[in-house]
Design a protein around this ligand. Structure first.
Ligand code: UD1
Ligand code: UDP
Length: 348
């Protein structure tokens, strides 16, 4: 098969890594990078560390308003699809790159697979929620990471094209585990913080309040900062607690090292909520809802408003003790490639 994988943002490179490796054992893969993320530390570094081939095409879309950014990608992706005529297009997650990929494929009648299907926050003010719904409804094959995701797909009448495969990030994490023992971890006991959701970081007042709430904590905090968030901090000269260390976005290996050494995670990232669970670290998620509800149900993830006056106490006191059931599967890339091959045979 000739497969076109489309990625554009950091979490998608992480998901592509293990799948690409498995796909290339039997099939031809062409990688399109939309260029949504472009800094070395947000893009190339992940290709290097996860040993993913350099993308065949980079559309160099760059940043922009939702519509402008998606529109530029759509035009470029359509052009490449017409030129390469793939048997299957694969896209991941819920970014604008996902949306553009699915729209282009469905208009051209190119068979498409959406990985990480069925996630719902039921919060339509998130651009990601719109992207997910469109991706699931326009794709021909849906790989859901969890039972909850399968149920959402069933509720929307999409069961016949849905398969429960587990979560591909299980394989991404396992891939870097082997490289971690070199020791990238620092001293133990710090909080690991990441934030990039527009509703949390685009309002400097909210961000300022967050840092004053965090300043009540005495333990060290390490915050590898997303460029979106850094821009706001710098533009508004927001002051940081003394025990909070702002560092550049980290490579995947270094970041997993930081995760290994931390005491708890504070985040609004989707991927990190799962990785915290897999690493056995308590996670405080600064959002009103999450798509990864099973981590909350298992007792290892706690939702909290970013400006909750009790934030410091909540972070300090959150101490999950419950067991950690296997929520996300095992050898997921292999399962996915088998399911792709089965699906393709049945179509012929
Ligand atoms: C995007 C995704 C989000 C995902 C996140 C992962 C959408 C709508 N959002 O959010 O779902 O969780 O990626 O990180 O697709 N910037 C740089 N350098 C870069 C990339 C971005 O400086 O390499 C800055 C630019 O100022 C840009 C801003 O970050 O305007 C936001 O980037 P963008 O890709 O639009 O959205 P993210 O917040 O990264
Ligand atoms: N990550 C990383 N370096 C960092 C911050 C995050 O490698 O400095 C990884 C993290 O391990 C997770 C992914 O990036 O797998 C999450 O990406 P992000 O938070 O940007 O997006 P989301 O998952 O929320 O869509």
């Amino acid at each position: 098969m000739k497969i076109l994988s489309i990625v554009g943002a950091r979490p998608q490179f992480i998901k592509l890594g293990p799948l690409s490796r498995e796909l290339r054992k039997q099939h031809q893969e062409i990688i399109i990078h939309t260029g949504q993320h472009y800094d070395h530390a947000m893009s190339d570094l992940f290709f290097e560390q996860l040993e993913i081939p350099v993308p065949d095409i980079n559309l160099e879309t760059g940043s922009g308003l939702q519509g402008a950014q998606t529109g530029r990608m759509l035009e470029g992706i359509e052009r490449e699809m017409l030129s390469h005529k793939p048997d299957l297009m694969i896209c991941f997650g819920d970014t604008n790159s996902t949306l553009a990929a699915c729209l282009a494929a469905s208009k051209l009648g190119i068979p498409s697979l959406h990985i990480e299907a069925g996630l719902r926050s039921f919060n339509r003010s998130m651009p990601e929620e719109i992207n997910r719904v469109v991706a699931d409804h326009t794709s021909d094959l849906l790989f859901a990471p969890t039972e909850t995701a399968m149920n959402h797909l069933a509720d929307e009448g999409l069961s016949t094209k849905s398969v429960l495969t587990g979560d591909i990030m299980v394989d991404s994490v396992r891939f870097v585990q082997a490289r971690l023992d070199v020791d990238h971890s620092r001293q133990e006991g710090y909080l690991l913080i990441t934030l990039h959701r527009p509703y949390n970081v685009d309002d400097p007042v909210k961000l300022n309040t967050l840092f004053s709430l965090l300043s009540k904590l005495e333990q060290p905090m390490i915050f590898p900062v997303h460029p979106r968030t850094r821009n706001i901090i710098e533009k508004h000269q927001i002051s940081l607690p003394e025990n909070l260390q702002l560092i550049h976005p980290q490579g995947y290996i270094e970041f997993q090292g930081l995760l290994k050494g931390c005491s708890k995670v504070v985040t609004d990232s989707g991927g990190l909520q799962k990785e915290a669970y897999l690493a056995g670290k308590p996670c405080i998620t600064l959002r009103p809802e999450t798509e990864w509800v099973e981590t909350v149900e298992a007792g290892w993830n706690r939702l909290c408003d970013i400006n909750d006056p009790d934030l410091a106490t909540i972070i300090q006191s959150f101490q999950p003790t419950g067991k950690q059931p296997n929520l996300y599967g095992k050898d997921v890339a292999k399962t996915m490639v088998e399911e792709i091959e089965k699906w393709f045979e049945l179509r012929d």
